[in-house]
Design a protein. Structure first.
Length: 353
């Protein structure tokens, strides 16, 4: 579920829960929205709720009023609100939405938390490498030259480090500008439809990360689809909306194929079994749901299962990445130390002898 830019997920969770409570208590919708706008801490979100309240007081449906603010409310959120209004169960739908947004926020927080430490270590490693290449290695080269002369016999790895240092020092402007341009072009490309599809396919094939993404997408699919079905949205409409909400273009395309085949009379469960990225258990559980008429209830269990799987994988990933990054950093320091201290010690010994 997309809720970003100027508002935070926690704002949407609070809004959904409090609106559900107020509607259940019989408070009129305009008054509920006015109260929530007054209580909102986020300035942008306060303005959004006030605008929605103005539209509702003018006779516009809540879902249609929310649709005017796509940066604050996702298509899934809006469709579920519309379904709740049509079925007279808006309070229940808002409660479901609060749970769904909260679950999504928890997963995102865990992923960011797991990647924060490795990102810091990687940044330190890169800065340390360039610092050594630009400032320390030239001084080391000067010391080696003073001790053994320009023709001093040095190990291959030492010569490689000195050559790398000379190259980086002589081309640092080109390296920085080239890296910035390459990063800019890469980010521009992966924002295009073709580039985004390619990048998402790369992430799905990546070791470890691909498994995490797949589990996150499956959990999001199951919870979103079950919420829409529970709200009374049709299977085809639920598939269409959920496909746009999973957050991965490759799997979105698979769901579009599934929806097309279901529209032609095929079983949803069998179509999910035929996909490349959905685990067989999801298709099998969907078949059970189709047979029992309890798709929404069964998919809630699927969502709970995969959210627990995501927690487990992320914890495991964090425990693996941290020592790997430390080993990489230690290896870099060790390589530099060996390439520098060894020759200096050897030349000093020769001079002393």
């Amino acid at each position: 579920m997309s809720f970003k830019n100027k508002a935070k997920l926690k704002d949407l969770v609070v809004f959904s829960r409090e609106l559900s409570t107020m509607i259940s208590a019989g408070v009129p919708l305009p008054r509920s929205l006015e109260t929530l706008a007054d209580q909102a801490e986020n300035k942008y979100f306060k303005e959004v709720i006030s605008a929605i309240n103005h539209d509702v007081e003018s006779g516009i449906a809540l879902g249609d009023a929310m649709a005017k603010h796509p940066k604050a409310f996702s298509e899934v959120y809006i469709n579920m609100v519309r379904a709740g209004e049509a079925g007279g169960i808006l309070d229940d739908i808002m409660k479901r939405l609060a749970t769904q947004v909260e679950k999504d926020a928890t997963i995102r927080h865990k992923i960011k938390g797991a990647m924060a430490y490795p990102a810091v270590i990687l940044s330190i490693t890169i800065m340390a490498f360039f610092g050594i290449m630009l400032f320390i290695m030239p001084k080391i080269a000067s010391i080696i030259t003073d001790l053994g002369g320009a023709d001093a016999q040095l190990p291959v790895y030492t010569r490689a480090m000195l050559s790398a240092s000379n190259f980086i020092k002589g081309n640092i402007i080109f390296i920085l500008v080239g890296s910035a341009i390459a990063l800019y072009l890469f980010r521009r490309y992966i924002r295009t439809d073709k580039g985004k599809y390619w990048w998402h396919s790369v992430l799905l094939r990546a070791p470890i990360i691909g498994k995490v993404i797949t589990k996150v997408v499956v959990a999001r699919f199951a919870r979103t689809f079950s919420s829409l079905m529970g709200a009374g949205v049709s299977v085809l409409d639920s598939l269409e909306v959920t496909g746009k909400a999973v957050g991965n273009r490759v799997i979105q395309k698979e769901l579009e194929t599934v929806a097309r085949n279901v529209r032609n009379g095929q079983s949803l469960g069998k179509q999910l079994l035929a996909t490349q990225h959905f685990p067989p258990i999801v298709g099998q559980m969907m078949q059970v749901g189709e047979e029992t008429g309890k798709i929404d209830e069964i998919l809630v269990k699927v969502a709970d299962f995969y959210e627990e799987e995501v927690d487990t994988v992320i914890d495991s990933l964090a425990s693996i990445i941290e020592p790997v990054m430390i080993i990489v950093l230690g290896s870099l320091v060790g390589l530099i130390a060996a390439s520098v201290m060894g020759p200096i010690a050897g030349l000093s010994k020769q001079i002393g002898g």
